[in-house]
Ligand binder design. Structure first.
Ligand code: AMP
Length: 310
């Protein structure tokens, strides 16, 4: 394994195996953060840790990602973060090529959080020529995001399974923001007998309620103002649920009517579904339900959700 000498963060990442980022913070107790690009090197470095928390990301990090990192750090001590824009979860007409990327800034943010290991593989490292194995989770991948983005969850489950095998964490942290993703991953972990715990963390929002997302940078100023309608629709549903409304149709209608107040909102779906099976419900049962929404504003597709429960 080639262990690179210390390399300042301001330099563009090289393509060596392991880059050790020096601590810039006085009094830092843990060792320096290691940035690792190959599976072989990751496995070698990983063997020095006993328990590890893991946060998979596609980079362009924001407070949502960092909330997962902080929770992982708190609960596990040592934390690994992966930064990999996974080509197989993007459809042919989606934004893979244009997806925002800024590795230098991401590494600076992760270093401040005292992350231990950062895995930044290339697509060729993850999918060598001839790779054909995929993970199909089945039913819960078919509706909502799965219906709008065919093949998306095959790509998600396959990359997450591969990363779990590489990182060998005891806990992995995901955001409620991508509610269906958490259901798909939890089901994969259960049904493939993977021995790690999936931890779902609350959605981090902007002060006006818009869920933070790497894709929010695509919004123009006017679209950004309009985007908050997604959160307003969810809070309207929460309010009526809190007042005793249990009819799914009525709750969907309330979300629809709120979204319809924003002329720029092009609604994709409005769902009131079982939290585990993601099947649409007639009434919200005592254990609650998942309210989820997808819409386009201009060229940007936005999703958000909340759990309706007492
Ligand atoms: P991504 O980089 O978009 O693949 O997201 C990586 C992880 O961060 C996923 O588990 C997301 O659900 C989570 N995440 C993204 N945005 C937020 C947010 N606003 N609040 C909490 N978690 C988030």
């Amino acid at each position: 394994m080639g262990m690179r000498p210390i390399c300042p963060l301001s330099e563009k990442p090289d393509y060596g195996y392991v880059r050790t980022v020096p601590s810039s913070e006085a009094g830092r107790e843990t060792g320096a953060m290691q940035v690792i690009e190959t599976i072989a090197a990751f496995r070698q470095v990983r063997s020095r840790y006993t328990g590890l928390g893991f946060v998979p990301t596609m980079g362009y990090l924001h407070e949502g990602h960092l909330s997962l990192v902080r929770r992982a750090k708190e609960e596990c001590g040592a934390v690994a973060v992966s930064i990999f824009v996974n080509p197989t979860q993007f459809g042919p007409n989606e934004d893979f090529a244009g997806y925002p990327r800024d590795l230098t800034r991401d590494l600076q943010l992760l270093e401040k959080e005292q992350v231990d290991l950062v895995f930044t593989p290339s697509p060729g490292e993850i999918y060598p020529p001839g790779s054909t194995t995929v993970v199909e989770v089945g039913d819960v991948t078919e509706m909502l995001e799965g219906a709008a983005r065919p093949g998306h969850f095959r790509g998600v489950a396959t990359i997450v399974c591969k990363l779990f095998n590489i990182v060998q964490a005891s806990r992995a942290y995901f955001g409620q923001k991508d509610a269906q993703q958490t259901v798909v991953i939890a089901k994969m972990v259960r049904e493939l007998d993977m021995s790690l715990e999936v931890v779902v963390c609350p959605t981090v929002r902007e002060p006006d309620g818009l869920a933070i997302s790497s894709r929010n940078v695509y919004l123009t100023v006017d679209e950004r103002r309009a985007a908050v309608v997604l959160y307003r629709a969810l809070t309207a549903a929460e309010k009526h649920f809190g007042a005793g409304e249990r009819s799914s149709e009525a709750l969907r209608r309330i979300m629809h009517d709120t979204l319809a107040t924003e002329p720029q909102a092009d609604i994709e779906y409005i769902s009131l579904a079982d939290r585990d099976t993601l099947r649409e419900l007639d009434r919200v049962p005592p254990r609650g339900a998942l309210a989820s929404l997808a819409m386009r504003i201009g060229k940007t597709r936005l999703i958000d959700n909340c759990i309706l429960e007492k």
